[in-house]
Write a protein that binds this ligand. Structure first.
Ligand code: ATP
Ligand code: MG
Length: 445
């Protein structure tokens, strides 16, 4: 190494205290063994999406702020107080870390004219960002998986999406998930309901909290979504949107229900289900559980026939849902099947560093045969005692240890020692015929 490079090696002065850096509040590291559960869930989702012939999209995490303001509506929790927005220091653009996936997906579909040759069934997965108070099931960086169908206006795709989500709970082994269903009708029906709703709420101004008062004329429907217990009575007595639906909206709703009935999907009608974003119309739904405390909604969605137009596209109907990965994973921990372990098939014990070249060649051959092999690695000053190597082998959970002792190597052999069914069972195998015995190391799971 040259002297200049040496000088550039960062060094902590002796005795100096270096402050430990920690992650951002509400943004979590996903570490082993949990990361395996995440990957398992993602694999289940990809498999199921393929069976429904939905195709995946991978979209940017940063979008223009205007997309969410226009798409989600200005008077929504997200746009009012939850967005991570910032100005691009280099060109002054107003940008936002995506708080949800639908707006970006619609932006992309419009930008690339994806509906040109007909409707599309798409899905995405990835991190979303909302500045909320972190608590169980509620984080600032969290993950969603979403399915969206664009370009089809009929109730059959609403029902298909619900069947898809319902299948996912089955695949994941979830037991306690209920479906709640409502219809928000069409804009004219909502307008008539809105007038009646405002009149009702105005009679109870004394009970309304500040947020409700603020939303009374801008977004009264959202008041029905309140979690404030003091307002529950007023909200329960409010005029129901379902009673304002015209014939076409009712027919759409009934068609969705008929398909669910025919497929044995249980649901309950919740006339107060309105959902957080402004963009919904007709069918809205949520999958809820009682097993996660107050953060019990694991998936929500509905029809959003006006969003494509809102984002500047040619009008096209659309419907979709998004699930919260953290909440679903917590449920799978409680209710799902246990996952297969992460233990490697074999642990390689290397008594002397001189054995490394041959040992690592053998491990490469094993891996090429599909065997998962973990090699003992030293401290930089030798490989450590046999005793400590065997201890590491045991705690790795591997079923076999391969011991690359000098004596065996000299004869072209390696010792294979069973670690699980009582220590001691030992045999030797040939170094030159790895593929012949590799499969015998595969863990029986
Ligand atoms: P909530 O009423 O719980 O705030 P929401 O209506 O804001 O939910 P959506 O925007 O519909 O939620 O997002 C879909 C799903 O994403 C939710 O049902 C939930 O499972 C999950 N989710 C939403 N916000 C968070 C968060 N901050 N942390 C973890 N998961 C979340
Ligand atoms: Mg929310």
């Amino acid at each position: 190494m040259s002297e200049i490079a040496q000088e550039n090696v960062p060094q902590v002065e002796k005795g100096a205290k270096v402050q430990k850096l920690v992650g951002v509040k509400g943004m979590n590291d996903i570490l082993p063994p949990d990361s395996a559960r995440w990957e398992w869930l993602e694999a289940q989702v990809r498999g199921l999406m393929a069976r429904y012939a939905y195709r995946s999209v991978r979209l940017p995490i940063v979008e223009p702020t205007a997309l969410f303001v226009r798409g989600l509506g200005e008077v929504t929790d997200i746009v009012e107080k939850e967005m991570y927005s910032f100005e691009d220091r280099l060109n002054g653009e107003q940008l936002t870390l995506r708080p949800e996936g639908t707006a970006g997906l619609v932006r992309s579909v419009v930008e690339h004219n994806l509906l040109y040759e007909g409707g599309k069934r798409l899905y995405y997965m990835g991190p979303m960002f909302r500045h909320e108070r972190p608590q169980r099931g509620r984080y600032r960086q969290f993950h969603q998986i979403g399915a969206e169908v664009l370009g089809f206006g009929g109730p059959e795709v609403d029902a298909e999406l619900i069947l898809l989500a319902n299948d996912l709970w089955k695949v994941l082994g979830l037991k306690d998930v209920r479906l709640e269903l409502n219809s928000l009708g069409q804009p004219a029906e909502r307008q008539a309901h809105r007038t009646a709703l405002i009149a009702h709420l105005e009679k109870h101004l004394d009970v309304l909290d500040d947020e409700a008062k603020r939303r009374l004329h801008s977004n009264p429907l959202r008041i029905l979504d309140t979690k404030n217990p003091a307002m529950q009575n007023v909200v329960e007595a409010a005029p129901r949107l379902l009673d304002f639906l015209g014939e076409a909206s009712l027919a759409h709703f009934n068609a969705v229900k008929a398909i669910l009935d025919a497929n044995g999907v249980a649901y309950s009608i919740n006339p107060r289900l309105v959902r957080g974003m402004d963009y919904y119309n007709l069918t809205v739904f949520e999958f809820v559980t009682t097993s996660l405390g107050s953060q019990g909604t694991i998936c929500g969605g509905g029809r959003y026939d006006y969003l494509v137009e809102q984002v500047g596209g040619k009008p096209a109907p659309a419907v979709g849902w998004a699930l919260g990965v953290e909440r679903v994973l917590e449920l799978t921990k409680e209710q799902g099947e246990p996952l297969p372990g992460l233990a490697p098939d074999v642990y390689a014990i290397i008594p002397e560093t001189t054995a490394l070249p041959v040992a690592m060649q053998v491990l490469q051959s094993l891996r090429a045969c599909g065997i998962s092999a973990l090699m003992h690695a030293g401290t930089g000053e030798g490989m450590g005692s046999m005793k400590s190597q065997f201890k590491k082998a045991d705690s790795s959970g591997a079923r076999f240890a391969l011991v690359f002792g000098a004596e065996e190597l000299a004869q072209g052999l390696v010792a294979v020692k069973s670690l699980r069914d009582g220590h001691g069972a030992q045999r030797t195998e040939s170094l030159s015929a790895v593929s012949h015995w590799a499969h015998s190391l595969q863990s029986a799971t």
